[in-house]
Design a protein around this ligand. Structure first.
Ligand SMILES: Nc1ncnc2c1ncn2[C@@H]1O[C@H](COP(=O)(O)OP(=O)(O)OP(=O)(O)O)[C@@H](O)[C@H]1O
Ligand SMILES: O=P(O)(O)OC[C@H]1O[C@](O)(CO)[C@@H](O)[C@@H]1O
Length: 329
């Protein structure tokens, strides 16, 4: 890569952790905002792995043409164990300095910001985060890029499963993603009219689930949809279904939606959020902010220091929990 023009500035951008629909729209927004301001943008491939290996390229307009509607991330992503070591982060800083990159933008989830926080503090290279994760568990933003698309994907699947559930008179367990977050399950469950929600803390509440299903079927219901949050145990719905069938005699099936929730074209909501946060991250850099994540809270763009972002998980709002209890169990 060429040296930069003296006096100009250059920022690096990468995507990290699980891919999320709308990451490309954010990359495009960053490139376009930076280009307007005369700032060069260097693409870093495969997240922190590419940062450690120095897998960089100077971006031009062609790299962000026709990507706004694409799922995944054109930069590629990874989960890098090496970046968790100070050696890995030191190598990364050297690579950025050699490429004359003045600041780093990281699009990713809560884990990525743990890494970004250490990197910013240890190396002094200004690092700014943009929340991109289907889990929506990141403090400092009402929504992370990708959540809206993921719940709509889950909803579309639930609607289709409902057709077959009704036709056969069956009970379906639909397992959705969200490692440490209940939000995909809660919102897709409410929107999909689930009979019951099984959240990670409820995995043992089988008796309650069975009682609820027995009541519903005795009252004439012929089918039901139970949405299960995967929690820390992807595939847990098979066990839950087995335990339920030991208690009650209703024919059931399990569907694990898995990674289809991570793919697909981003919704308008996710694209607009990506546009806002991408542009805001570039402006935050021009105003010399560092060690912060850009987010949107109650319609305003806000900067939150990484140490506040990583000290907690965004929890579902009490109102949405209440709603879920009224409508699903
Ligand atoms: N404590 C940490 N110290 C340094 N780096 C970290 C730390 N935690 C995570 N990372 C880096 O961030 C990467 C992504 O983190 P993680 O796998 O938790 O995904 P994420 O960003 O939370 O995204 P998603 O929400 O999609 O899972 C890790 O592979 C690792 O390289
Ligand atoms: O298969 P992977 O990439 O390890 O990621 C799975 C995890 O990533 C997430 O999808 C978030 O991106 C979690 O909901 C899920 O548990």
């Amino acid at each position: 890569m060429n040296g930069k023009i003296p006096g100009s500035s250059r920022i690096g951008i990468l995507t990290s952790g699980g891919d999320a629909p709308g990451m490309n729209a954010a990359i495009r927004a960053v490139y376009r905002a930076a280009h307007e301001l005369g700032i060069e943008v260097v693409g870093i491939r495969r997240g922190f792995s590419g940062l450690i290996e120095g897998d960089f390229f100077l971006m031009d307009r062609s790299h962000v043409a026709n990507i706004i509607h694409l799922g995944g991330t054109v930069l590629g992503t990874s989960r890098s164990e090496e970046f968790k070591t100070s050696e890995g982060r030191k190598k990364s800083a050297e690579n950025l300095r050699n490429a004359e990159i003045d600041a780093l933008l990281v699009i990713g989830g809560e884990g990525s910001f743990r890494g970004a926080d250490l990197f910013n503090d240890e190396t002094g290279i200004p690092t700014i985060g943009i929340p991109g994760s289907i889990d929506n568990d990141i403090p400092g933003t009402d929504f992370s890029i990708g959540f809206d698309t993921a719940i709509n994907t889950a909803l579309e699947a639930i609607d289709k499963i409902r057709d077959t559930a009704i036709s056969h008179g069956r009970l379906f367990f639909v397992e959705v993603m969200g490692r440490s977050s209940d939000l995909i399950a809660i919102e897709s469950g409410i929107a999909g009219g689930a009979e019951y929600l099984v959240l990670p803390g409820d995995h043992d509440a089988i008796m309650d689930l069975c009682a609820r299903l027995t009541d519903a079927f005795s009252a004439g219901k012929r089918y039901a949809i139970v949405v299960v949050a995967e929690g820390e145990r992807p595939g847990c719905s098979f066990e839950i279904s087995k335990k339920v069938s030991e208690q009650i005699d209703i024919e059931s099936r399990v569907v694990v939606l898995g990674h289809i929730q991570r793919g697909g074209s981003p919704t308008a909501r996710d694209r607009v959020l990506a546009a806002k946060l991408g542009v805001s991250a570039v402006y935050a850099y021009t105003k010399s902010h560092a060690g912060v994540m850009v987010g949107e809270l109650r319609r305003s763009v806000v900067l939150t220091p990484f140490d506040k972002v990583i000290t907690g998980r965004q929890k579902p709002e009490p109102n949405i929990i209440r709603l879920a209890h009224i409508l699903t169990k």
